[in-house]
Write a protein that binds this ligand. Structure first.
Ligand code: MG
Length: 270
């Protein structure tokens, strides 16, 4: 049974990739592409321990092959710290983007958002306070990422959920005077500097700095919607998982389909 269902899943994705391949061929014909790939939930499956997230061998090989093409530039766009993204992806020529675009490195690009950098000490203090306030909740993980902070609650037992929501709401209220804003993602709350910057602005900045290319963006979460918006009708935007409210023009059913998509893109750009 298991095998039969996974085989039909395979057929379904091939069917989906055919029209997508056609679209990519039309859009990218004779042109250069800049491929922007989210990390958690896109290149790597979501796991309960955030530090264990990893892209599998197929994804790593596909990225290396793609980044080696003269017609392709590739950026890994993550909410994780830049150092984390750089450690995970070593392919030559790759662009690394951390903290939702607040820090970026790549061939000819070194960027750290100035407005965000000055409030770095704020996050240090905020993370300590959050740890003290939320210490009683099992499975809650506070991650100080330098320029942002995450409160992960993926492993919080459901029976604690209500009390946690109340405590966190009160904590967030207590930070109203700080130059930060809060955003909810998949089983995570994030505190970000109150600056007009996001993955979409980062995408536009990378395009501006590296010359003409058709943007291709792939992501799975709310922060990726900023990328999809920035791509607009100029390129191709793809969401992992179908969603009626997404700005993405296309979707892949599952994270598992990503290596197939990357291979297709490599074929198109060869
Ligand atoms: Mg994601």
């Amino acid at each position: 049974m298991q095998r039969a269902s996974s085989r039909s899943g395979g057929k379904r994705i091939v069917k989906r990739l055919e029209p997508l391949g056609e679209k990519l061929r039309r859009r990218l014909s004779g042109r250069r592409a800049f491929v922007f790939l989210d990390f958690d939930g896109t290149l790597a499956p979501i796991v309960s321990m955030p530090h264990r997230a990893r892209a599998n061998e197929r994804v790593m090989r596909a990225i290396t092959a793609l980044a080696a093409l003269p017609r392709a530039r590739v950026a890994v766009m993550s909410g994780r710290p830049l150092s984390f993204v750089r450690q995970r992806f070593l392919a030559r020529g790759l662009f690394h983007v951390g903290n939702h675009g607040l820090e970026m490195r790549g061939p000819g690009v070194t960027f750290r958002h100035k407005g965000a950098a000055v409030i770095r000490p704020t996050f240090q203090a905020l993370a300590e306070k959050a740890k003290a306030t939320l210490a009683g909740f099992p499975g809650v993980l506070i991650e100080n990422k330098g320029l942002t902070m995450s409160v992960h609650f993926r492993r919080l037992p459901p029976s604690f959920r209500r009390r946690f929501n109340r405590s966190l709401a009160a904590f967030r209220l207590g930070t109203a005077a700080l130059p930060i804003r809060w955003r909810r993602g998949k089983k995570v709350w994030e505190a970000l500097p109150r600056v007009d910057w996001n993955k979409g602005r980062a995408l536009t900045e990378l395009l501006r700095r590296t010359g003409p290319a058709v943007p291709v963006a792939v992501g799975d979460d709310v922060t990726d919607e900023d990328m999809f918006k920035a791509v607009g009708r100029k390129g191709v935007s793809i969401r992992i998982g179908k969603s009626g409210s997404s700005r993405a023009m296309d979707y892949l059913p599952r994270q598992k389909d990503v290596p197939r998509f990357l291979t297709l893109l490599t074929e198109v750009l060869k």
